[in-house]
Design a protein around this ligand. Structure first.
Ligand SMILES: NC(=O)c1ccc[n+]([C@@H]2O[C@H](COP(=O)([O-])OP(=O)(O)OC[C@H]3O[C@@H](n4cnc5c(N)ncnc54)[C@H](O)[C@@H]3O)[C@@H](O)[C@H]2O)c1
Length: 425
């Protein structure tokens, strides 16, 4: 599939990290309203630089557009591409209005093209492993999900000094203005709704807890830096998702069932370990002991936290092991290795690879338009909940997703082929 990218900011370089794992995708060219950014990115990655968005959309070689613009621009940029007859993959949230999002899917249908949206972490090995363990009955019937997305008090961390390999500053002000819910809630919604189906009721609260985060912005932005959503599902299950830019980083997720629980460390690490604890009286009682809580290794001797599961792999699992900057210095490669192992390892192109495969094979969208609209609606409800809170029923719903595509049936075999693949690259 031949692709053009609109929006050449910070996240562009994160996408490019794993492109080499997707030889079926060709990035032809780029455009940004900031022509300096188009030029920097185009020259760095040797891509065509379009002089205008219209010129990009008029390029008949382009099959699909990836929309990496600021959230405020998502609707207009996606709309224009769909109307030009291009498939679109948009960063999240799809738009800031459910009507706008629904309109985009209508336009896509009218023009016989497809609209997809991030996040794509449902395709990660961690989530596949959780789905498989739930499907095999390892924890009995799932009843409750706890999902955290505290992402640090970012205003204390000099994020304004962080720059991408092509020189884009991390957009601190933009992230604060849009808030943690728009930026992050979707990462948990996709896998939770994929697992449990559409939410039939939502109770949510959101608030702006910290004033004057940066001197260049007004003291209060009117954007929540904290939100909690409780989702109720058709079969009685419940999920509680917390997002913040206030509490220290905590991305843990837990699926709790009748017989045990599954735990993962971070949505941001596609190979994050998954632990399965099948409850025993000993493991449940051991939690009462403060020494065992304070020393998790000791707790494990009593079954608390359970055992690490082998990860279930997908056809593109190797992507996060690859490093775009092959010719970098030893020091840079070492830092990249540490980052991939310890901090985050995401393949932002996996959603686009799945999109390309579905279009090529004329298959329906796994992350269907109804599913994407539902995730969008939940995000908007939680963002707007406010300190008074809200209890409501979403207006959107979707048919069950079924199995996540791309799973490899033989993890061991995949690892071997993955390493051969790496050695050849
Ligand atoms: N920063 C991250 O770590 C991160 C991670 C995942 C997803 N995202 C998402 O990716 C998107 C972009 O984020 P970012 O961090 O790269 O932001 P950014 O501000 O660094 O980059 C956005 C770019 O879009 C360009 N742009 C804005 N309006 C445009 C328009 N109408 N036409 C063409 N270009 C336009 C801007 O000039 C800018 O270069 C957002 O939706 C964000 O939620 C960001």
């Amino acid at each position: 599939m031949k692709i053009a990218v609109v929006g050449c900011g910070y996240v562009f370089d994160i996408y490019m990290r794993t492109l080499r794992a997707h030889p079926e995708l060709t990035i032809i060219g780029v455009f940004d309203i900031n022509s300096e950014r188009s030029r920097r990115v185009g020259n760095f990655y040797k891509l065509r630089i379009y002089g205008s968005y219209e010129a990009m959309l008029a390029d008949s070689e382009v099959d699909a557009v990836i929309n990496l613009t600021s959230i405020q621009a998502h609707f207009a940029v996606t709309k224009q591409a769909l109307e030009a007859g291009k498939h679109v993959y948009s960063e999240k949230p799809l738009t800031k209005s459910l009507n706008d999002s629904a309109q985009l899917f209508d336009i896509a249908r009218e023009h016989c093209v497809r609209l997809y949206a991030a996040p794509c972490n449902i395709y990660s090995d961690m989530i596949r492993t959780i789905y498989e363990a739930v499907g095999s009955g390892a924890i009995g019937k799932p009843r409750l999900i706890y999902a955290e997305l505290d992402d640090n008090p970012i205003h204390l961390l000099d994020f304004d000094r962080v720059i991408s390999p092509t020189g884009a500053p991390w957009p601190l002000e933009e992230e604060l203005r849009e808030g943690c819910t728009y930026e992050h809630l979707g990462y948990h919604l996709v896998w939770i709704c994929g697992l449990l189906g559409p939410a039939v009721a939502v109770t949510a609260y959101s608030s702006e807890l910290v004033e004057s985060k940066v001197s260049t912005l007004p003291p209060y932005l009117g954007t929540p830096d904290y939100s909690v959503a409780c989702l109720h599902f058709r079969n009685g299950e419940s999920a509680r998702i917390t997002c913040s830019f206030v509490a220290p980083r905590d991305h843990r997720l837990r699926v709790i069932g009748d017989k045990g629980e599954l735990a993962g460390d971070s949505y941001r690490h596609y190979r994050s370990p998954v632990y399965l604890e099948q409850y025993t009286k000993m493991s449940l009682n051991a939690r009462k002991f403060q020494t065992l809580r304070a020393h998790p290794m000791l707790g494990r001797l009593f079954g608390v936290g359970g055992k690490r599961l082998p990860l279930v792999h997908n056809w593109k699992s190797h992507a996060v092991l690859k490093d775009q900057a092959q010719s970098a210095t030893f020091k840079q490669r070492l830092l990249e290795w540490v980052r991939r192992r310890e901090i985050y390892a995401q393949d932002k192109f996996i959603g686009i690879a799945e999109m390309a495969r579905e279009i090529r094979e004329d298959k329906p969208q796994f992350l269907s338009p109804d599913f994407l609209l539902h995730v969008n609606e939940l995000t908007l409800i939680v963002q707007a909940a406010g300190p008074g809170g809200i209890a409501t029923k979403p207006t959107t719903t979707f048919a069950p997703l079924g199995d996540i595509p791309g799973t490899l049936t033989s993890p061991a075999g995949h690892d071997a082929s993955c390493w051969v693949h790496l050695a050849l690259c």
